[in-house]
Ligand binder design. Structure first.
Ligand code: ATP
Length: 210
């Protein structure tokens, strides 16, 4: 069973992913994959360099992420073209990674799940939810990003109501970090149970039993 984990900037996706990983649940991280395919030798690298130009490549051959971010920040068409290069490759890599998993279920952390129209590719959607003011405060505390920049990113992400509507399950992360453990444990039990049901329904004889 595949569980897509999503949420807005600073909502706590990485924190929740780490709690599932600590329970030995396999976690596939779309952001990590996106970084890997953009490295020299990665599947997206040649097309990204062709699009962004030689200035975007540092002395070590790596694409300078800060430079790329600045370029797409002020050029929406460029951002879309970059996404058209990166998203299908990331989607493909996620599919391959999911195909290699033997466990009852896996978590796929995918920040832009709804924005990229990928929701239908997963069995369940788990949303980490946080009031927007708190998203801004926590992102600032984490890495010093200014409120204005966080708001600009949030404008390009699905809004809170849209995410909640799409969710099968929600983690409310407005409390203390310690409260997340119990909620993740509870979801883990639920997902193991659902995964067992799914595999029973798909197993031999499932069609015979109607
Ligand atoms: P992004 O989309 O920007 O990568 P994210 O959704 O992965 O962010 P995290 O990095 O997990 O979010 O969390 C954002 C920040 O908030 C981190 O510094 C994290 O340690 C902190 N944080 C997470 N949960 C809580 C909580 N319940 N209370 C306070 N701080 C928290």
């Amino acid at each position: 069973m595949t569980v897509a984990l999503t949420g807005g900037i600073g909502s706590g996706k990485s924190t929740v992913s780490a709690l599932f990983a600590a329970l030995d649940v396999p976690v596939i991280d779309a952001d990590q994959i996106a970084r890997r395919v953009a490295e020299p030798g990665g599947a997206a690298y040649p097309a990204m360099v062709a699009l962004l130009g030689a200035d975007a490549v540092g002395a070590d051959g790596c694409i300078r992420r800060d430079h790329a971010r600045k370029l797409v920040f002020r050029d929406d068409a460029l951002r879309r073209r970059l996404e058209q290069i990166v998203h299908p490759i990331v989607r493909d890599e996620i599919g391959k990674a999911m195909g290699q998993i033997d466990d009852p279920y896996c978590i796929v952390s995918i920040p832009l799940l709804l924005e990229t129209g990928s929701a239908g590719e997963f069995d369940r959607i788990l949303v980490v939810d946080l009031p927007e003011d708190e998203q801004i405060a926590r992102t600032a505390r984490r890495d010093g990003t200014g409120a204005e920049d966080v708001r600009n990113i949030m404008l390009r992400q699905a809004d809170r109501a849209t995410r909640i509507k799409a969710a099968h399950d929600i983690v409310d992360n407005s409390g203390e970090p310690g409260e997340l453990h119990a909620r993740v444990q509870q979801l883990h039990g639920k997902y193991l149970h659902l995964a067992r049901q799914l595999s029973d329904n798909a197993g031999p004889g499932a069609q015979d039993s109607g």
